[in-house]
Design a protein around this ligand. Structure first.
Ligand SMILES: [Zn+2]
Length: 478
């Protein structure tokens, strides 16, 4: 097993206008990115991590020009003080009905069909209709068309792969469900469809790859089927990646050649080994690199939160790591270029059924796979069905201890907002503050703990309980 380099994510950028920062200029440097040197391996060249600009130090001139902090009694009437609202995140009945539509029978059929091609090895035959990776990828392409309700744009993303002088024709399968244009960017759902046996270069022997990773492809196809029944605000792109088992070549090709605008990708959910089996804990592991303010960790926290709303008995176990020790998957290719991405993997893997002929469809737990599918479906439906992810609010100090004024533009799609004052180091969101749209835009929060450093973010809500991604967190110490 090879070791993959750790990816270190930057801490969030502190808000330059916060008076506490002016008192404690050392905090300004919290946002500096710590780079790790990256080792080479046979399969992965040196990485070029994205280096964000650190926040500019606040000049004396800028400090002098700051208006004196307002006292509570001097606030204009337009500023809502400690607002409350009954617009809160909750199960949206429309999304719940989509979760109910996730079919265990469909999941069984997808997995069994993928297994029936004998092997989906990168090196297997490509010109047979019933065997090998060529038949498998054509089936995935046609299946996206079948389940897409006429709404999925399905295409092959083809590329030659040269491994040790042996050149093969590889194809990712990309299916795009266009939103109505009201929210820019896209959410990506990904799963590799290739399989392997013990010898990674063996293109002939049986490699059923039911758990690894027909399970992830099945969950993705079922999400595509159910989501294609509705119109959403934002695009969602489903990608079945090729040649993951030889070093993530499909996702590398996609990111280098096909990703139109990496800044427009809100998040990537990568499912790899999610089929479960009878008896394992009813939970899923979600891998995200820290610190706890990193963008992938924020995405994991959002997934955990939405999962708690819709599947309260199916736990999300957030793991503070890029992946399992010495292992990898396509989410890492996105992390390498600064896009928040998660790997979802079953709670406990069976090492005896990994990368061999024993990884068969009869060993999976399709009720487990159904819950993983529902979890991802609930998360993606909220992401693409809610108002856009807000930008962080502007924070102004107040003369009173523990009090701040938050200012942000109110989106026309939002019926309300949720403010998260998460004490840094807390794994989950702290109790929220809710603001209805008619009071949103400028609020004063006056009862914070003056000794606590908070990671502050906000998300937009709809009246029926949908919740957007949270804004990137900023650090404040009121
Ligand atoms: Zn895999």
């Amino acid at each position: 097993m090879r070791d993959w380099p750790p990816v270190t994510w930057p801490a969030p950028i502190s808000h330059p206008q916060i008076f506490s920062l002016l008192r404690r200029p050392s905090l300004v440097f919290i946002g500096l990115l710590v780079l790790t040197s990256v080792a080479c391996s046979l399969l992965q060249g040196p990485q070029q991590p994205i280096i964000p600009s650190p926040p500019a130090p606040v000049s004396q001139e800028a400090q002098d020009s700051q208006a004196a902090p307002l006292a509570l009694e001097a606030l204009p009437e337009s500023v809502a003080i400690n607002p409350v609202s009954n617009v809160v995140p909750r199960q949206d009945p429309e999304i719940q009905s989509l979760l109910d539509a996730v079919s265990q029978q469909q999941l069984v059929a997808y997995v069994q069909t993928l297994e029936s091609f004998g092997t989906r090895s990168t090196f297997s035959v490509m010109d047979r209709s019933d065997f090998g990776v060529g038949a498998a990828r054509l089936w995935v392409y046609n299946e996206f068309l079948r389940v897409g309700n006429g709404r999925l744009q399905v295409e092959f993303d083809s590329f030659p792969l040269d491994l040790g002088g042996l050149v093969t024709d590889q194809q990712n399968v990309v299916a795009t469900l266009r939103g109505n244009g009201s929210v820019p960017g896209a959410v990506l759902v990904t799963a590799h469809y290739d399989s392997r046996t013990l010898n990674p270069n063996d293109g002939v022997s049986r490699a059923p790859g039911a758990d690894d990773n027909a399970s992830g492809v099945a969950a993705m196809l079922e999400m595509a089927r159910v989501l294609s029944s509705q119109t959403w605000n934002q695009d969602v792109i489903f990608i079945a990646f090729a040649a993951e088992e030889q070093g993530r070549h499909g996702s590398r090709h996609y990111i280098t050649n096909r990703l139109p605008d990496s800044a427009g990708v809100d998040g990537v959910l990568n499912m790899d080994i999610v089929g479960g089996r009878p008896g394992i804990p009813q939970s899923v592991r979600v891998f995200s690199p820290g610190p706890d303010t990193s963008l992938p960790r924020q995405l994991a926290r959002y997934l955990d939160f939405v999962g708690g709303l819709y599947l309260p008995t199916f736990d999300v176990i957030t793991v503070d790591a890029v992946d399992r020790e010495g292992r990898y998957s396509d989410h890492m290719t996105f992390l390498d270029v600064g896009i928040p991405a998660l790997r979802l993997t079953e709670s406990v893997e069976d090492p005896n059924r990994n990368h061999n002929a024993l990884d068969t469809s009869d060993a999976l737990d399709y009720n487990y796979l159904r819950q993983v599918t529902q979890l991802n479906l609930a998360v993606v439906a909220n992401m693409i069905g809610a108002p856009p992810q807000p930008a962080p609010p502007t924070v102004s100090p107040m003369a009173n201890s523990g009090a701040v004024i938050l200012t942000w533009p109110v989106d026309v799609l939002a019926d309300g907002y949720v403010l998260s004052f998460r004490p840094v180091g807390a794994m989950d969101y702290a109790p929220f503050r809710f603001v209805a749209a008619d009071q949103a835009g400028q609020v004063a929060i006056t009862d914070l703990d003056a000794g606590t450093t908070y990671a502050l973010s906000l998300a937009a809500l709809t009246a029926n309980g949908r919740i957007s991604l949270f804004s990137p967190e900023i650090l404040i110490q009121p």
